[in-house]
Ligand binder design. Structure first.
Ligand code: FAD
Ligand code: NAG
Ligand code: NAG
Ligand code: NAG
Ligand code: NAG
Ligand code: NAG
Ligand code: NAG
Ligand code: NAG
Ligand code: NAG
Ligand code: NAG
Length: 528
């Protein structure tokens, strides 16, 4: 009974804070922006409205999924491509006082476009111009602005030191703002954990437009934005992160085998060893729909990628001992600098110039995609794997990444940061389907639901865990403007497990009126 009462109270609380809405007033909002920035850093050149001919190109240049690339499908009022911290502060203050929501966008990679779509009047606060990076080699630390890309960060680090790196993701155009606040997972995970494990400070604009950092940034808020996503709490301007040591020479390989070459057996064995091998070794397996040699027929090819913090000779010894079934040959292994491995992981041919890490392609997205995630705690039996291959063959372009866990991930407590998926996982799965014909959308979304359903017996349950950075609207969501607590508990428990309750408390402390809200935001709920 007591539980029922408190649930009712909580629901009331959440709807009360959402009910306090000012009617959207666009004209006042724009006037307020100009007024607040006029004397210091005029905002006009950072402000795009429907009247600007560059409005649409500004929208799509950081829009990575073609499914959400038409601003007319949204209630977008304006884009503020902030050039100064004061632009960020003013956008928050003026949007809040004029009943306009904001979507915060740094790199625009959100799989469901939640950084740039909404069905209630909103402004995009685009952080891509706030992108400086400073490296302190002696302290092994860096300040990284939200709009800086991983490629820019990795490049700066490698220019400053050959033996330092950052534990972050693979794609160089991901931006620090979204990527780090959602966890930040990459191929150093088994040795060093994920990005949030290396965040020591931040600069964040809160709901009142104040900048919190160092002593003014509470430990609880810093904890929350390390894995809880930034967008429920404020606007992250910058991160202070620790860098990690890497040897001057790192070894990588990428080999593939098809079903016809008996890859199911190899991959079964991979499940048993990939989370147990030395933590200097990260192994990814990637089953992918491929063309069979017989023309017109499809098959599954599994690509095995490795990143090893050591020599090729040592790597060969580890592979021969733990996964001889792969038949790795020493000529498959490449020794190179850590920065060059970042190119290798992007499938660039060995020897490609690292200048590509600085690319910021601004053309509209070419492909539609859908992604989902899972965590696996016990090996998937071979019959299960065979079933998955059959469903995969219904797609044209689709792959599933199996990303090995273990190493330090088994040692970091689940509540050390807001990111909870730690001990006891063999690997994390990402499903990824890609298509270029709009008419194929329904079919691909349907197939994704089908394969997700089919995987249920083999993956985590109660709750079925999901990775925030692999945003998936199917795991539960609210409408753009309203936050229903019961619905939030559904996605919240999958993304955050036991950390969800504390995240709601931090939210209640720093944003009690629930201004920073979106389809999968954290609702403000004080401890009862
Ligand atoms: C091609 C590709 C490869 C990927 N590879 C990896 C990988 O290797 N490892 C991994 O962990 N993830 C990976 N991801 C997922 C990626 O980390 C997430 O999509 C991440 O959220 C992207 O951050 P962003 O700033 O680029 O995206 P955005 O779309 O700009 O933001 C994503 C989310 O963060 C919020 N946000 C953005 N900036 C701020 C800010 N300054 N303050 C507060 N909130 C903010 C947004 O509102 C949104 O909710 C990949 C995605 C893609 C498309
Ligand atoms: C409504 O919002 C305004 C502005 O955020 C705030 O000052 C006021 O206290 C809120 N009122 C209630 C009843 O929550
Ligand atoms: C902007 O400033 C002008 C002149 O100071 C003032 O009259 C107006 O009310 C202000 N508007 C807003 C929305 O702040
Ligand atoms: C958009 O148009 C307005 C009004 O013409 C102008 O002041 C502003 O500078 C333009 N914005 C950009 C980013 O060019
Ligand atoms: C756009 O231009 C029209 C007239 O050309 C004007 O009435 C309107 O106020 C402008 N809107 C914005 C947001 O600048
Ligand atoms: C798969 O491996 C074979 C060698 O076994 C190689 O020739 C081929 O290029 C690889 N395929 C891809 C797409 O890398
Ligand atoms: C397979 O072959 C088809 C037709 O030749 C081609 O369009 C497609 O891109 C190929 N797919 C892959 C994954 O190579
Ligand atoms: C890294 O790649 C560049 C090509 O961009 C090459 O010139 C260089 O020798 C490589 N260095 C190492 C250590 O791998
Ligand atoms: C994490 O949980 C442990 C007990 O399980 C507790 O002692 C510790 O204070 C918690 N840490 C945080 C940051 O909440
Ligand atoms: C998609 O469907 C529309 C309407 O059914 C049709 O006109 C169009 O030609 C189709 N496009 C492709 C690429 O098949």
């Amino acid at each position: 009974m007591k539980e029922v009462v408190s649930v009712v109270l909580l629901v009331l609380l959440v709807s009360v804070s959402d009910a306090n809405e000012t009617k959207p007033n666009t004209e006042n909002f724009l006037q307020c922006l100009h007024n607040r920035t006029r004397s210091v850093n005029p905002i006009a050149e950072s402000l795009y409205t429907h009247n600007n001919t560059t409005f649409v190109s500004s929208y799509v240049s950081y829009t990575k999924n073609k499914r959400y690339s038409n601003p007319k499908d949204t209630k977008l009022i304006a884009i503020v491509a902030a050039k100064h911290e004061s632009h960020v502060q003013s956008t928050v203050v003026c949007a809040k006082s004029n009943g306009i929501q904001i979507r915060i966008r740094s790199g625009g990679h959100d799989y469901e476009g939640l950084s740039y779509i909404s069905s209630v009047p909103f402004v995009i606060l685009d952080m891509h111009d706030i992108r400086s990076i400073t490296i302190d080699v002696s302290k092994k630390q860096a300040w990284v602005d939200a709009g800086a890309t991983l490629g820019e960060l990795y490049t700066k680090i490698s220019k400053a030191s050959k033996t330092l790196a950052f534990a972050g993701g693979v794609c160089p155009t991901l931006a620090a703002g979204g990527h780090i606040s959602g966890g930040g997972y990459g191929n150093l995970i088994r040795k060093y954990g994920i990005s949030v494990d290396h965040v020591v400070d931040a600069r964040i604009v809160d709901v009142n437009g104040n900048i919190l950092t160092g002593a003014t940034l509470g430990d609880d808020l810093l904890w929350a934005i390390r894995g809880g996503g930034g967008a429920s709490f404020g606007v992250i301007l910058s991160w202070k992160v620790n860098l990690v040591d890497v040897p001057q020479t790192v070894t990588v390989f990428k080999v593939n085998k098809t079903l016809e070459q008996g890859v199911t057996d190899v991959l079964y064995k991979w499940q048993l060893v990939s989370s147990k091998v030395p933590q200097e070794l990260f192994l990814r397996a990637m089953p992918k729909v491929a063309n069979a040699t017989v023309s017109g027929k499809k098959t599954i090819a599994v690509f095995f990628y490795a990143q090893f913090l050591g020599s090729a000779k040592k790597l060969m010894a580890i592979m021969n001992k733990n996964l001889p079934e792969l038949g790795l040959k020493s000529e498959d292994c490449y020794e190179m600098s850590w920065i060059n491995t970042t190119m290798f992981w992007m499938d660039y041919p060995v020897g490609t110039s690292t200048s590509h890490l600085l690319d910021r392609p601004s053309d509209p997205p070419r492909a539609f995609f859908k992604s989902k995630s899972d965590y696996v705690k016990k090996p998937i039996p071979k019959e299960g794997m065979e079933k998955i291959w059959k469903t995969m063959l219904n797609f044209n372009k689709m792959y599933i990444e199996w990303n090995a866990y273990g190493g330090v991930m088994d040692k970091i407590p689940a509540n050390a940061t807001a990111f909870p998926h730690r001990k006891g996982n063999l690997f994390k799965i990402q499903y990824y389907a890609l298509w270029t014909d709009a008419n194929a959308t329904d079919n691909n979304l349907g197939l994704m639901r089908e394969i997700y359903h089919e995987m249920e017996p083999y993956v985590s349950s109660n709750p079925r865990e999901a990775f925030l950075n692999y945003r998936d609207i199917d795991v539960g969501s609210n409408p753009s403007g309203k936050t229903n607590l019961e619905e939030a508990k559904i996605y919240g428990s999958k993304y955050f497990l036991g950390n969800f309750k504390r995240l709601m408390e931090v939210k209640a402390k720093y944003d009690p009126v629930n201004f920073f809200r979106f389809e999968q935001s954290i609702p403000p709920v004080r401890a009862m």
